[in-house]
Design a protein around this ligand. Structure first.
Ligand code: UDX
Ligand code: UDX
Length: 472
């Protein structure tokens, strides 16, 4: 099928590349000339596993890039809208990009087309898109509007797309549903997985994935409700972690205990420094606004957001209680991205914490395997020193913070790390280490929801430099 994808951000680019891998002919449209030039010249603008392979495989063949939206619409049967839906000051989703794209598409509808919402949008957006297109004198039987939410996590977006838990299609009539079924047929009929060069899937992939066909409004709600539920799960365990800290319990054991109940599940139950990213913070606020507009006061979501903010404040207090005063302290930071596996720093709790540390008068030396350039150009300039590896970030620091759950941060050479630090203090916002092991390696180690581990032999004293300890 000939498909157009409007917007080449994290969502649109991954969807476009994956549709091409399913065998469709895809035109990705964007109005950002710089981005287009980079994509056409073979650059991969975001850090995303398997995306370079897919772009390399299909670029210029099954996957092309253009700024000509109308030409792309004319030749396509399905047009996926994946432009940004940023929050307004009141927390609602700003749908002006969606509206302007819908208006431009109207001018090019010359046969039956399905306009598909891929961006996360509030319920009723499909109705609005429909109205906009009708207002532009398009006949009602030459188009439909569908909602096909994405459930892609950055970092694993390609495999999440190709090996989904479910595909949700919100279509209000059978003609429209049939077209979207055809788009996803290589996945739902399993033919994609028989291809020799199929992108490998995760262990627990459900093959073939189920497709759930709903009304457009239900699909819009499925997306907001899914993200709200996942964010609630994270805030819930963060709240439990705080209680664990007060009573000396271990949140990891608690997670194991509650997560092994199949009705609860252990995924998205990792406590930390709060959720960030371009989706959860924005979508929870937007869902709260949608509910308010519909006459439902969804105060549970306020609490999810409050706990999330409080989690960062608690972590900052933890740093203060480990170091006493902060002015003039040198802090090593591991991780700037909002989570591991991505270079995305949008709404990153790590970035917010580093800003607080700078404000308190600390100097910061940071390392992130992918997000460093973005952090330098978009946030910190020369206010932060950027290290070339974790050990350099730790060098001569009064303490080391772990702020992003990159896998490689969980397997550092602990003796080397301790040798680099001025004082052997690690404050881990992602619970990547076993407190006992850290203590055995001479660290004073604080994490989230678990008792602090004090370095053996040197008590809790942070006045003993790690290097000296090592030499002795
Ligand atoms: C965005 C939304 O933020 C998210 O809620 C939604 O689920 C999907 O779309 P993302 O792909 O991360 O996610 O957005 P972004 O990286 O901002 O990419 C949007 C792209 O659309 C940009 O490349 C932008 O240049 C392009 N765009 C925007 C257009 O081509 N036309 C427009 O009118 C507006
Ligand atoms: C999310 C949704 O998971 C995805 O389905 C949706 O389509 C887009 O939004 P993403 O924002 O890429 O994906 O990242 P996700 O893996 O959900 O993590 C979001 C935040 O929650 C990160 O800051 C992460 O560190 C944090 N998190 C996640 C936790 O603190 N604990 C967890 O157990 C899981």
């Amino acid at each position: 099928m000939q498909i157009a994808v409007v917007g080449s951000g994290y969502v649109g680019l991954v969807a476009g590349a994956c549709f091409a891998d399913l065998g469709h002919d895809v035109i990705v449209v964007d109005n950002d000339q710089q981005k287009l030039a980079a994509l056409k010249s073979g650059q991969v603008p975001i850090h995303e596993n398997f995306l370079p392979e897919l772009l390399q495989r299909h670029r210029g063949k099954k996957l092309t890039f253009t700024d000509d939206l109308q030409a792309a619409v004319r030749v396509s049967s399905a047009i996926f809208i994946a432009v940004g839906t940023p929050p307004t000051e009141q927390g609602e989703a700003d749908l002006s990009f969606v509206e302007s794209v819908a208006r431009s598409i109207s001018g090019a509808i010359d046969g039956y087309k399905v306009l598909v919402e891929k961006s996360t949008v509030p319920v009723y957006t499909s109705d609005w898109v429909r109205k906009i297109v009708l207002r532009n004198a398009v006949s009602p039987d030459s188009f439909d509007v569908a909602s096909n939410p994405e459930f892609l996590r950055e970092g694993t977006a390609v495999t999440d797309f190709l090996y989904p838990d479910r595909i949700v299609v919100g279509a209000d009539n059978e003609r429209c549903a049939a077209l979207l079924r055809e788009v996803y047929a290589p996945l739902t009929e399993g033919t994609y997985y028989q291809k020799k060069d199929a992108i490998p899937g995760p262990d627990r992939a459900q093959i073939p994935p189920p497709i759930i066909v709903t009304s457009a409004k239900s699909a819009e709600l499925i997306k907001h409700a899914s993200n709200a539920f996942l964010a609630m799960k994270i805030s819930f365990i963060n709240a439990v972690a705080s209680i664990c800290e007060s009573v000396g319990a271990n949140v990891q054991q608690v997670c194991q205990g509650i997560g092994s109940d199949n009705r609860i599940g252990s995924r998205f139950l990792n406590p930390g420094i709060g959720y960030g990213g371009s989706c959860f913070p924005k979508d929870i606020m937007a869902f709260r606004s949608v509910a308010r507009e519909c006459g439902y006061d969804f105060r549970l979501l306020d609490e999810v957001m409050r706990i999330n903010e409080e989690q960062r404040a608690r972590f900052l207090r933890k740093i203060r209680s480990a170091l006493w005063t902060l002015r003039g302290k040198r802090i090593g930071v591991l991780g700037l991205a909002f989570k591991g596996g991505t270079d995305d720093i949008r709404e990153s709790p790590a970035i917010m914490l580093v800003k607080s540390l700078l404000q308190e008068g600390c100097t910061v030396s940071a390392f992130d395997p992918a997000a460093q350039e973005r952090a330098r150009s978009e946030e910190f300039g020369d206010r932060v020193e950027f290290a070339s590896d974790p050990y350099e970030a730790a060098r001569d620091a009064d303490a080391l913070l772990i702020l992003t759950e990159w896998e490689e941060f969980g397997c550092l050479d602990l003796n080397r790390l301790r040798g680099e630090l001025k004082y052997p203090i690690v404050i881990d916002g992602r619970n990547l280490y076993n407190p006992q092991v850290m203590a055995e390696h001479g660290f004073t180690y604080y994490s989230v929801g678990r008792p602090a581990a004090l370095s053996e032999g040197i008590g809790s004293s942070s006045s003993v430099p790690a290097r000296e300890v090592q030499k002795s």
